[in-house]
Design a protein around this ligand. Structure first.
Ligand code: ADP
Length: 208
């Protein structure tokens, strides 16, 4: 027998069974590490705009060349470029049962574009999970990551500080944007990887 709920949802263009999660937090707060854990647990597709830009830069594509001009200074890549890239990536995964957005949205226009894209698909953000880590710890973590990451933007303390400034100036307000929708949750980002992973999982479980 046809599932009536699924049929009604299809009729209304609603696809709320899809899971869409934003992993939020300052640079170096552990989003990439924790995203991998969430992918394992919930079977979602991980989209990291930082990883996508690094891939483009590695292949020296026009998009990569453009992004590099901003990334090397610790500035944000322009919204139009970033949003276009994100849309392409989502469209490339029609089979996905949901996504983890890592490093996106980083500005209010990016958040609005994401909500609009999801609404067009009958979907919505389930929750934004913000890892909280203080500035000193962030600088320490990124400098130590820089010893092995091969990322030029991880080696220079001034660039790292600029990334933290840009985060406070342009990105933090994305938390408020989702908080007014009652979707933002703060997670203590200090502790072992496993401890943080279980805090996150518990929080995500309450929203999906
Ligand atoms: P981190 O979170 O450690 O700073 P990311 O890999 O997420 O590292 O991002 C690296 C850089 O890529 C950022 O400093 C920024 O220049 C660029 N970038 C990544 N995501 C975005 C985005 N959503 N909008 C604009 N620029 C971005």
């Amino acid at each position: 027998m046809m599932n009536i709920v699924a049929a009604i949802k299809k009729l209304l263009g609603i696809n709320r069974d899809m899971i869409n999660i934003i992993l939020f937090g300052p640079p170096g707060s552990g989003k990439g590490t924790q995203a991998k854990k969430l992918v394992e647990k919930f079977g979602l597709v991980h989209i990291s705009t930082g990883d996508l830009f690094r891939h483009e830069m590695g292949n020296d594509t026009p998009l990569g060349k453009q992004a590099k001009e901003y990334i090397k200074k610790g500035e944000l890549v322009p919204d139009s470029v970033t949003i276009g890239m994100l849309n392409n990536k989502v469209n490339a995964h029609p089979e996905a049962k949901g996504f983890i957005y890592d490093g996106f949205p980083r500005t209010i226009p990016q958040a609005e574009a994401l909500d609009e894209m999801l609404a067009g698909r009958g979907q919505a953000i389930n929750g934004l999970f913000a890892l909280t880590v203080d500035d000193n710890e962030i600088v320490k973590r990124i400098l130590s990551r820089g010893e092995t990451s091969g990322r030029a933007d991880d080696l220079d303390e001034e660039i790292i500080k600029n990334r933290i400034e840009v985060y406070k100036e342009n990105t933090l307000e994305v938390y408020d944007y989702y908080n007014t929708q009652d979707k933002a949750v703060s997670i203590e980002g200090l502790g072992s990887i496993e401890e943080i992973a279980s805090r996150l999982q518990a929080a995500v479980n309450t929203t999906v």
